[in-house]
Design a protein around this ligand. Structure first.
Ligand SMILES: NC(=O)c1ccc[n+]([C@@H]2O[C@H](COP(=O)([O-])OP(=O)(O)OC[C@H]3O[C@@H](n4cnc5c(N)ncnc54)[C@H](OP(=O)(O)O)[C@@H]3O)[C@@H](O)[C@H]2O)c1
Length: 333
């Protein structure tokens, strides 16, 4: 579906954006691929690795609607990945997080509608489900904006959906590179915030493939959630450094012991498919068909039981220490 199309990725120089760009270029014959982000150095470095004739590098800030409007002209599909995503940074700089994650989302929506973009997917996170930190709260607000945008579209053709997933193994600023650095520096122990802590675990390539698939599945308004394995953080530490002591340092501000992707309070509108869930919109759209139990690929979903919660702590699918090691190896590719 991407052959001959123009695609723009906000946050195109980030962990997701780079993998997404490479995957699109490997698999499709695009008309244009626009990388939209702020920092010229990250763009310069990415250009050294990836610079085909269809690629355009745009310096721009999602807080700047005018710039987004220029960038989105003639674009068919948008993936919105730009975000401020470090939990502590968001707690200490709340307005900056709100400006990027909420005002930025509003600007992407307005520009996409104005430019007649066909489909938009916004990346969300498990931290947006029952949020307890500002990062998660801003991503929940962003999710709500993207779902409601299908209504705001009125008669216009643009459809908006959300993809929500868990921790990306090895992404910038995450626990894997943090542990790797400590191990390389010869640390005497690895810090564990809580011995019970669990996380949903996904590779970047799986995240990218899930997003690409959902461009085909979406009819607008869905929050797509992949079925993922969970890991125990203590098992991750053991997989990365067997025999190295683990020091319990206590939970950090804004951190949860377990993450949730589908909250129990949304169970009455959650559908289960073979490899994913769909949380249906809580609002009625005026101009749109809202039948989500059969998607555009013909896949069928069934309602989950009332009270069902998709939680990293109660997930039936946990990776063993050996499986985490193999998973992390795969995540490097
Ligand atoms: N990594 C994970 O574990 C994870 C898990 C679930 C969901 N997600 C979501 O996935 C998305 C991508 O995450 P990632 O891991 O790729 O993040 P990342 O590596 O930190 O990349 C973020 C990207 O956004 C750009 N950016 C930040 N602020 C911007 C702004 N105001 N205007 C334009 N561009 C801006 C950054 O480039 P500049 O700084 O140069 O602008 C960079 O290209 C985010 O929405 C995140 O919430 C991530």
């Amino acid at each position: 579906m991407f052959n001959g199309k123009s695609v723009l990725v906000t946050g195109g120089t980030g962990s997701f954006g780079r993998k997404y760009a490479r995957t699109l270029l490997d698999r499709y014959d695009l008309k244009r691929l626009i990388i939209f982000s702020r920092d010229e150095l990250k763009q310069f470095e990415m250009q050294q690795e990836l610079n085909t004739p269809c690629m355009r590098y745009f310096i721009g800030d999602v807080r700047d609607r005018v710039r987004l409007m220029e960038a989105l002209r003639g674009v068919d599909y948008v993936i919105h990945a730009a975000a401020m995503k470090q939990v502590p940074a968001a707690e200490y700089n709340p307005m900056e997080c709100i400006r990027t994650n909420i005002n930025g989302a509003e600007n992407v929506i307005a520009a996409a509608l104005d430019c007649g973009v066909e489909r938009v997917i916004a990346l969300s996170t498990d931290k947006a489900a029952n949020p307890i930190n500002l990062y998660g709260a801003t991503k929940l607000a962003s999710d709500k904006l993207f779902v409601a945008a299908n209504n705001i579209a009125g008669g216009r053709k643009t459809t908006f959906s959300v993809v929500r997933y868990g921790n990306v193994a090895g992404s910038r600023g995450s626990v894997v590179p943090f542990f790797e650095k400590l191990i390389a520096e010869g640390a005497a122990s690895l810090p564990i915030t809580d011995p019970e802590m669990t996380r949903f675990w996904i590779t970047l390539q799986e995240g990218v493939d899930f997003v690409l698939k959902n461009f085909e599945r979406m009819s607008g308004g869905e929050i797509f959630v992949p079925k993922l394995p969970s890991i125990r953080v203590v098992d991750l530490a053991t997989a990365m450094a067997p025999g190295l002591p683990q020091e319990i340092i206590g939970i950090r501000p804004g951190e949860k012991v377990h993450e949730v992707m589908c909250p129990a309070d949304d169970s009455h509108r959650t559908l289960e498919f073979a490899d994913h869930f769909v949380i249906q919109p809580s609002i009625v759209f005026f101009n749109r068909d809202q039948k989500y139990d059969v998607n555009r690929l013909g896949e069928q979903g069934v309602p989950v039981p009332r009270g069902f919660e998709y939680n990293s702590g109660t997930n039936p699918n946990f990776l063993s220490i050996e499986e985490i090691r193999a998973f992390n190896e795969r995540a490097r590719k």
